[in-house]
Ligand binder design. Structure first.
Ligand code: 8YV
Length: 331
């Protein structure tokens, strides 16, 4: 790192307090009009930057890494997931990668519960009735959804967010089940009264609600494949606030169209920001609830993410290993 302030290229607009602090601490190059950078722009950025601060909208692939100038030593991602960064290629070039875990756990878990309730209790559909002038009076059989209390939730991925969701689910009276690479500590299992399923297939056949909360890695790409989705009960619902790529979206759409699954709540999509017309049709028919990747979208969360990015850069510049360093073998 240079003795003068390092050139930190930030690819998107960040909360004002974060940008102000970055300007004070670094030679910060900010993206004033907040456009998603093209590949050429990213290549130009890595040629000159000492530190790159990308977000989920930037594909930092092997080509971008290969174009990096000798000064680039750190990619300090603004976000938790790093599936848009070729971490192995970065590591091979001696470029460290950090992320921002922990500070978006509660917000994402809250949004997951919100989607579970939205789908089960038809909230998105109901919220449109009055503004669209269709409320002509209460009726005993109108707008009925399904109770969640007493149902079984199967959480796929029991990391920070999975556990935060489990805590909320338990408070709502759901029975918590989970699949993970390995069981969580017995004390956590006890606290959450959670049942571990070594076999994802077996868990899927028994759940009323399935929530995807694992990271997207080569191992979890299409983890919920067409075959596995077929294992779900017809009256089950599926919720995804992790990454679209974890579910075979085409297979999911087919099942929803055929009425082979009761519903879905999706905050993320396989080809984001593109969402398939068939998915839009299902949303218009109120068979699914779709949100535009809002899981961590709180003012508080975004400021804390920015603060974490700054801490990671400062720690790195001071010659220490940042706490949030991501290594290729982890992803
Ligand atoms: C962020 C996310 O909005 O952190 C993540 O992995 O998916 C999001 O909630 C996004 O990544 C910001 O870059």
């Amino acid at each position: 790192m240079p003795h003068q302030k390092p050139l930190v290229v930030v690819t998107r607009r960040l909360p004002e307090s974060v940008e102000t602090r970055m300007r004070e601490l670094f030679n910060a190059s900010l993206n004033i009009d907040d456009h998603a950078m093209s590949k050429d722009e990213l290549i130009e950025a890595v040629k000159k930057a000492h530190v790159l601060v990308p977000t989920v909208t930037d594909e930092i692939d092997a080509d971008v890494i290969a174009a990096a100038g000798e000064h680039l030593k750190l990619i300090a991602n603004f976000g938790n997931g790093v599936d848009h960064i070729d971490v192995a290629a970065a590591q091979a070039r001696g470029i460290s990668v950090t992320n921002t875990p922990g500070v978006l756990t509660d917000d994402t878990a809250d949004m997951t519960m919100a989607l579970i309730l939205a789908v089960s209790r038809r909230i998105a559909e109901g919220a449109r009735v009055i503004p669209e002038g269709h409320f002509h009076g209460w009726s005993p059989t109108w707008m009925l959804g399904h109770r969640i209390t007493g149902k079984r939730i199967g959480i796929v991925g029991m990391g920070r967010i999975g556990q935060a969701l489990a805590r909320r689910a338990k408070a709502f009276g759901l029975q918590v089940h989970y699949h993970n690479r390995r069981p969580v500590a017995p004390a956590i299992e006890q606290e959450l009264e959670a049942t571990y399923w070594d076999s994802l297939d077996q868990m899927l056949t028994r759940m009323d609600i399935v929530s995807v909360n694992c990271p997207h890695t080569p191992a979890t790409y299409h983890l919920l494949s067409g075959r596995r989705l077929k294992l779900l009960k017809r009256d089950a619902i599926l919720v995804n606030t992790a990454r679209g790529e974890i579910i075979d979206e085409t297979a999911l759409i087919k099942m929803l169209e055929a009425g082979e699954l009761a519903g879905a709540g999706l905050d993320v999509f396989e080809h984001e920001p593109a969402v398939s017309p068939r998915m839009l049709k299902l949303a218009k028919q109120h068979k699914i609830v779709v949100l535009p990747h809002m899981g961590s979208a709180t003012v508080e969360g975004r400021v804390e993410m920015g603060e974490k990015v700054i801490i990671n850069i400062r720690t790195f510049m001071d010659g220490h290993r940042p706490q949030d360093r991501v290594i290729a073998s982890m992803v």
